[in-house]
Design a protein around this ligand. Structure first.
Ligand code: OSB
Ligand code: MG
Length: 369
């Protein structure tokens, strides 16, 4: 693959409703859409899932744009890649900045799959035709949380994930369990606790949660291992796993029983697949995490989630879940809690150029000359 031209577009769209965690509220979603052209004019699409501010990881839309424009694309435009797997190694000298890398790496994967006339899922080694969808409840109001859970269950979502913190955990989950005793329920703390909260976290054990996601800090692999010995609810890691090495360490230490794999958080599809393979070898269950993303990233997620180790429902939702109108065509749909893995070449969806233009705030073309 020889990339002759790249375009970076910063887009912005309001969410249908605010997404609220103990770390802040997302009302408007920015993202960088990447288009890579090869010599024959074929285009590969990627999406950078960094947020406008560094609340979830240290990256932002602006830092990712800087990395892509000034460090990644100038090198990429001078290279020839036989396979998108080469990207991760080539840019390993560029530290961190996984979301910046992922936006471009996933565009390379899309282009590569289109050139081969194969779906991304097929090329990654996917084995499922449909994946199981899951919804996230991210609100500071218990009544609203209960209403949403009921709605999501009616829509067919196969599991509900509740955002928790010491301000809304035990009381909330007790109420939810009273209203909907059997719903497959998990909690995501986004690092709201420390080991000093072990009694509080142990009190969650009685509610039969599928798992608790990232209770402690991002670098707390040792602390998560200590916590897991004191609670029965399986720990799932999210923020703590940014590469294959983190995943190996977490498995060695016993920091978690389950992993959430996000393409953007781990620097692209190649690394995501490697973490998946490692978890399968070590008999850990994995699921595909979400980033309140647009359709391009959603499409890449569907391909990844078709791999055999993705045995649990992910943060996978239809286009209309967060957006009035997505940027892909057709939009992603859910049928009875299942989403079909695209089978057309590449990511399997077209980009809705008119919609992309509508939500575009800034764009720039980068070429070798
Ligand atoms: O912690 O999993 C998280 C969204 C943005 C940033 C972090 C997280 C999330 C989610 C997934 O919870 C929401 C979704 O995309 O459906
Ligand atoms: Mg999470």
């Amino acid at each position: 693959m020889n990339i002759v031209k790249a375009q970076l577009s910063i887009i912005s769209m309001p969410l249908k409703k605010p997404f609220s965690t103990h770390l802040g509220i997302v009302k408007e979603r920015e993202a960088i859409i990447i288009e890579l052209w090869d010599r024959e004019g074929e285009i590969g699409y990627g999406e950078t899932v960094a947020f406008s501010s560094p609340w979830y990881t240290e990256e932002t839309v602006k830092t990712a744009y800087h990395m892509q424009k000034d460090f990644i694309l100038p090198v990429l435009l001078k290279k020839t890649f036989a396979h998108p797997d080469e990207f991760s190694r080539e840019f390993s000298h560029l530290r961190g900045n996984e979301m910046a890398k992922s936006g471009i790496e996933t565009a390379l994967w899309d282009l590569y799959a289109k050139k081969r006339g194969k779906s991304l899922a097929t090329l990654l080694g996917g084995t499922r035709k449909v994946v199981r969808a899951g919804a996230v409840v991210a609100t500071q109001d218990l009544k609203r949380a209960l209403t949403e859970i009921e709605k999501f269950c009616d829509q067919g979502f196969e599991r509900i994930k509740l955002k928790i913190s010491p301000a809304n955990d035990l009381e909330w989950i007790r109420n939810i369990r009273r209203e909907v005793p059997d719903v497959p329920l998990m909690a995501d703390a986004n690092s709201a606790y420390t080991l000093a909260d072990v009694d509080r976290l142990r009190a969650l054990d009685e509610f039969d949660l599928l798992m608790i996601e990232q209770p402690l800090g991002p670098t707390d692999l040792v602390e998560h291992a200590i916590l897991q010995k004191q609670i029965t609810t399986p720990i799932c890691l999210d923020e703590s796993i940014t590469n294959v090495h983190d995943a190996k360490s977490a498995i060695q230490l016993g920091s978690c029983q389950i992993m959430n794999i996000k393409v953007g958080r781990v620097g692209g599809l190649t690394n995501a697949k490697q973490i998946h393979d490692l978890c399968m070898e070590n008999k850990l269950q994995v699921w595909c995490g979400g980033m309140i993303e647009f359709g391009i990233s959603k499409a890449h997620n569907l391909a990844l989630a078709s791999l055999p180790g993705f045995t649990l429902p992910g943060d996978l939702s239809p286009s209309t879940h967060y957006w009035e109108e997505d940027i892909i065509d057709p939009p992603i749909e859910m049928d009875k809690g299942k989403i079909t893995v695209p089978s057309l070449p590449g990511m399997g969806f077209s980009v809705n150029e008119q919609r992309l233009e509508e939500v575009c705030r800034h764009k720039e073309i980068i070429t070798t000359i």
